[in-house]
Design a protein around this ligand. Structure first.
Ligand code: NDP
Length: 259
């Protein structure tokens, strides 16, 4: 697996916590001596710096890590992202679109406009804008229409909507449609478009959902054994390290009790 990551540049959005953080660490652990370059992005810079330190202390200087403050819901910041990367990090091979959030649990008529906007601008428009930012790099690579991996983190919520989650579920259904259409549009290239849909994973996700209320967030996992970010990270890295001709187009991953 490490060989297949040789010399690659990987961008992970939402790497400051949870699944995104685990994905960055898992790539570094998988290919510690393969000239990997990791760009870890999110809004919380301090957490990104801690992540970079953690990776350095685990694998040494074999992996170059660049913490990069980036709000994917801000189209202007996304437009500036690739041009403002140091040159050695610009030849991106893998984009993991992981940044995402849910705000509130409310029936559709009561959902605050602000929460609707933040969910769509992060989970959907942010993911699309990031994809558009890297595709020219992918398309310019090689002679077969380009190469590279776009790995989108969707959700079981995009497949099975639930009461109180109409907007979040709609954003994840949008991710799924976008991902499927993009894969079809890129069928004549060596660009792989992959979607990983987690079920319940214990992260800061529910703390954000309940506007920082840790007690409410904890209650979500009462009596269940949720997945960890590492469980999802292993699948993401597995998908990225298949032989070039193998597209793990989608995976639905949930803890045993959730089936
Ligand atoms: P976390 O809250 O732990 O992580 C979310 C990450 O997204 C953080 O790093 C956060 O960083 C980042 N983020 C949020 N908004 C923005 C933004 N505007 N710009 C850039 N980064 C942003 O939750 P998870 O790790 O659980 O979530 C990761 C993904 O997994 C999401 O897409 C989520 O929908 C999906 N998912 C999670 C499930 C779960 O049960 N946990 C289940 C199914 C899917 P910062 O605040 O620093 O910007």
């Amino acid at each position: 697996a490490a060989q297949r990551l040789e010399g690659k540049t990987i961008v992970v959005t939402g790497a400051s916590s949870g699944i995104g953080r685990s994905i960055a660490v898992e790539f570094a652990r998988t290919a510690p001596k393969n000239n990997l370059k990791l760009v870890v992005t999110a809004r919380r810079e301090e957490a990104l710096r801690e992540l970079a330190d953690q990776i350095r202390s685990e694998v040494g200087d074999g992996v170059k890590v660049l913490p990069f403050k980036l709000d994917v819901s801000n189209p202007e910041e996304v437009r500036r992202f690739v041009p403002s990367l140091p040159e050695e990090f610009r030849d991106i091979n893998i984009l993991v679109n992981n940044a995402g959030l849910v705000k509130g649990v409310a029936r559709a008529p009561e959902i605050a406009e602000e929460d609707i906007n933040i969910m769509f601008s992060t989970n959907v428009t942010g993911l699309i804008n990031m994809t558009q930012a890297v595709l020219p790099i992918f398309k310019a690579r090689g002679s077969e229409g380009g190469s590279g991996d776009i790995i989108n983190i969707g959700s079981i919520a995009g497949r099975e909507p639930y009461q109180g989650g109409s907007i979040y579920c709609a954003t994840k259904a949008a991710v799924r449609s976008f991902t499927d259409a993009l894969r079809k549009e890129l069928v004549d290239t060596r660009i792989r478009v992959i979607e990983i849909d987690p079920g319940q994973v214990e992260t800061e996700f529910s703390v954000v959902r309940f506007y920082g209320d840790k007690e409410k967030a904890k209650a979500v996992y009462a009596g269940v054994t949720p997945l960890t970010g590492d469980d999802i990270a292993e699948i993401v890295v597995f998908a990225a390290t298949r032989r070039e001709n193998v597209v793990l187009a989608e995976a639905l991953v949930f803890p045993n009790h959730q089936g």
